[in-house]
Design a protein around this ligand. Structure first.
Ligand code: PBG
Length: 325
């Protein structure tokens, strides 16, 4: 009679289940991504078709959106910029008066306690849509490092609390760390997109950030989804170059990698629930096929259970309202 496990004992009531729950998503874990557009139209608020509920925003519209999110408990955000003009070397990405630099200044002035993180990459700013300089049809690694470091420094000078390089060039964490240290920002943390796969789940983002490559793909710099051991080498490289937080991206299809990075490194681990993960849930919910709120909480809980300390998610605003913290 007693020779089997009665797992149901601890599932009998909601209160008991609450007592023994191992993982909880809290507002403190969540980072909201925003897309800010360099435009003279202060009212600009353009819905992103493939990401229902997400917008490209002018700076004044972004400030309004952030203000209401802060009122519901938002603590951290990450900014992506869409410039007025693009060129071969992505110069608006590191311009002092670039859109991200202006947005950082405006947001930090109004919400000093908010953690403002910036995505450091060139793809939104280059005419060819690649994350680095092009020569001979190939993305050049070493010449790109200087521009990435310059971008990070311009964000630091604007008042960013953290920089997050997402380009996947080799050596960029070291290059950024060196420039920040030499320029008076030795305490500015770097959250590196350390393990970033060449994923089709970024599709909707490329509409949102207008950053699709004009030729070829990103497979010569982002990782092959088939590789696990390589993720270790990437994470180790970034950790040894001085990354303070290691990110894995995308999140849900790569929970094995999140778990491995968590168990191997003692830095905080972040996971990015990317645009395609968001859009799939939205689409199925709009068709009435899944319960959106429950699926969102289940995915975020799973990402935490796998080992993520921080989660970047487009659901952050909705979850904050829902959690009623
Ligand atoms: C820029 C960048 C991308 C994402 C974050 N930073 C796109 C890409 O690498 O093509 C994807 C985020 C998302 O899909 O939500 N390099």
């Amino acid at each position: 009679m007693h020779d089997f496990h009665r797992g149901r004992r601890l599932r009998r009531t909601a209160a008991i289940r609450d007592l023994v729950r191992e993982t909880e998503v809290t507002p403190k874990d969540l980072i909201m991504p925003y897309f800010v557009v360099d435009t003279d139209d202060a009212d600009f608020k353009h819905p992103i078709a493939s990401m229902p509920g997400q917008f490209q925003l002018s700076l004044p519209q972004l400030e309004r959106k952030v203000a209401s999110a802060v009122a519901t408990g938002l603590r951290a955000l990450i900014l992506f910029g869409i410039p007025k003009t693009k060129d071969e070397s992505g110069s608006q990405g590191y311009a002092d008066n670039g859109i991200v630099q202006r947005a950082v200044r405006a947001i930090k002035e109004r919400f000093p306690a908010l953690v403002v993180i910036t995505d450091v990459c060139l793809c939104e700013y280059t005419s060819h849509g690649h994350c680095g300089l092009i020569d001979d049809g190939y993305v050049q690694n070493d010449p790109t490092l200087e521009l990435l470091a310059e971008t990070a420094l311009s964000h630091a000078r604007a008042g960013a609390d953290m920089v997050a390089p997402s380009d996947m060039m080799d050596g960029r964490v070291a290059a950024i760390r060196q420039v920040l240290d030499e320029s008076g920002f030795p305490e500015l943390p770097i959250m590196s997109y350390a393990v970033k796969y060449a994923s089709a789940f970024y599709g909707p983002f490329r509409e949102a950030a207008d950053s699709a490559p004009k030729f070829g793909d990103r497979k010569s710099y982002q990782m092959d989804p088939a590789n696990e051991r390589e993720a270790m080498r990437e994470a180790l490289a970034d950790a040894s170059e001085g990354a303070d937080i290691l990110m894995v991206k995308p999140a849900l299809p790569y929970l094995d990698i999140v778990s491995m990075v968590r168990r191997t490194f003692d830095t905080p681990v972040a996971a990015y629930q990317v645009s395609g993960e968001y859009s799939m849930i939205k689409a199925a919910a709009e068709l009435g096929w899944i319960d959106e709120k429950k699926v969102v909480m289940e995915t975020l809980t799973s990402i935490k259970r796998a080992g993520a300390d921080l989660i970047l998610s487009y659901f952050t605003e909705d979850v904050l309202k829902e959690l009623n913290w």
